[in-house]
Design a protein around this ligand. Structure first.
Ligand SMILES: [Zn+2]
Length: 113
């Protein structure tokens, strides 16, 4: 399927073809087009939507139960986080990287570094 940003987009003001540009935001890279004349920026509507969703989940604290599984302990990852990651990565790897960051924090990394 072709993306709207594959087409040439003209600036409404200047009638100039806009240039594709990636704008880095904390935790995300958003596709944009920018007018070389007036510098007007248009964000990709799909990327903006994902970024809003990401920001509403980011930093949210969940209380999840620690369960004993054999000799280990397990926690459940809330469905809304798994759903969001699946949307981005299409499929969730059944292996995640777990790191004991400090005495009070364990982090999980999905996907590649
Ligand atoms: Zn312009």
């Amino acid at each position: 399927m072709r993306d709207i940003f594959d087409a040439t987009i003209l600036c409404k003001q200047c009638n100039e073809p806009m240039i594709n540009k990636i704008v880095e935001k904390p935790g995300a890279a958003l596709r944009t087009v920018q007018c070389p004349e007036c510098r007007e920026i248009i964000f990709h509507p799909g990327d903006i939507e994902k970024y809003k969703q990401f920001n509403s989940l980011k930093g949210k604290t969940y209380n999840v139960k620690l369960r004993v599984v054999g000799n280990s302990h397990a926690v459940s990852i809330p469905k809304e986080i798994v759903d969001f990651i699946q949307q981005q990565e299409k499929i969730i790897d059944d292996m995640v990287r777990l790191c004991f960051d400090d005495m009070h924090r364990i982090s999980l990394r999905f996907g590649e570094e």
